[in-house]
Design a protein around this ligand. Sequence first.
Ligand code: OYP
Length: 577
Amino acid sequence: KVLTFPCYRWFVGDVKMEIREGTAKTLTGDSALQLLEHRKTELQERQKTYRWVTWAPGIPRCIDAKTEADLPQDARFDNEKRSDFEHSLHYALLELSLKKLTIRFGKSWDDLEDFKRIFWKLKSPIAEYCMKHWKEDWFFGYQCLNGSNPRMIQRCKKLPENFPVTADMVQSSMADRTNLDKELKAGNIYLLDYAIMDGIPSNTIKGNPQYIAAPICLLYQHPDEGLIPIAIQLEQTPGRDTPIFLPKDPPLAWLLAKMWVRHSEFQVFQLLSHLLRTHLVVEVFCVATLRQLPAVHPIYKLLAPHQRYTLEINCRGRTQLISANGIFKRVVSTGGDGLLILAQREYKVLTYRSIQPLYDFRDRGVSQLPNYFYKDHSLMLWEAIHSFVSSMVSLYYQSDHDVQEDLELQAWIRDIVEEGFTELPKFGLPSKLSSTEELCTLLAVAIFTSTAQHAATNNGQFDWCAWVPNTPCTMRQPPPTDKDAVTMDMIMATLPDVSQSCVQMAITWHLGRAQPDAIPLGQYTEDHFTEPKALEVIDRFRMELKEIEKHILTENEGLELQYLFLLPSRIENSITI
Ligand code: OYP
């Protein structure tokens, strides 16, 4: 009798052909000796092909590949994706360099209106909205909730000791018959604290030093105006040279203070929320899955579609974006040593708990905030993903015992915790799985992070960063120390120059635009599962996603600023960009 191997793969030119046969089986469910033998050889091969490497200490470990060219075919972009990726960036850069030629070179802009000159063909409705409203305080507050970094804001019960805001400083921002103290007690005061930026070394670009601050910003959930910033201090240590900026200050001083907050936001958003907390976290799951689970394993079948292209995009990121002479080094204030130090600081405090949306919102104390669409949609998606995963797991694991006894699964979690998330004693994920519940949470985290969470941070980056003054990637002058001395010239000398601005627009457009070959969340095109029960579970998941889609569309009807980043049809099934 001919043995049917669970998975055959071959290549015709560049086209990947794949045939899988048979039902998903865990190790204990597979009994024929030859099949067990096959599982073992498959894993040995895979472990030779996919190896861990420490790209840099103090961040998650990753795939051992110098560039994407070192990756096995299976993990590479296909032709269409590769040529689209390469062309789109060239297209954006070319368009912008043509504009640059018509502007003066390597110079500051003359005034804020000047930024419009590169704002020509590459645009989006939200980016244009942003251009019109970025100076308004409510818009600043809105972005904390539904911008591209919606996980920074936290409730403030007590003012931090290094931020001596007094009640009368902010009284004029308050609604009638209330004050700071009452509002702190009522839970209407919030905080953005960029302490993590304190002391991060800043880049030098073409001989010019760039600057970094570590702001703290107080916000107030105003009954009529919504969430608004009410006080900003640009450094962590209070003092005569670090005044507390207020909305009633000279308008340019208040504007520049907000820009400094938004500049920190750019760094935290791109490096921590986006790169570290989605791309690099998910890569750990990818590598462990490829090394420890054979293709017949139900958990392999479940996760593989959520890992498509992630290794290649991360390799490209490491070689072209955050490398010694990559894009960050060329145009961003944290380029050079800064970005790694920043990522290492965040990695030290990264917890498994904080990548589970329920706990994240609870720990930040944001349940009272209205119009927090990111939160509402995340929770709906988490629910749908968790229930999908749970149904799938229950098809293959009848009890906690089954989980404990699955040696492949246990090797998988050990690889994740001990090889991937090394040097992370407080992460909070044990290296053994003892129940189906633990397994379901972990799988939901892996899928949620590679789909919804990545979409929430990645997909809005052009919308929120294309209008450079709203989210500047670098600052070319130190933070202001005197409120009365802020001038427009000083603002223009501080913001990114013409060429830095062009690169910011080009890259955020390149990464934020919809991918032409995108596979949306819940679409399983490779038919890993074939058994009817599993297919039913997939169908149910899709139906739930459809419901969420309808709900979000209805909710957005008539909204001036729509929140569609977590619309299921716009969420990719994996991190591919
Ligand atoms: C890879 O040809 C990626 O230069 C982006 O990286 C851009 C390139 C390569 C450059 C291609 C080229 C994707 C993976 C990732 C990630 C998350 C962090 C994204 C940060 C974007 C920052 C934009 C910087 C603007 C100045």
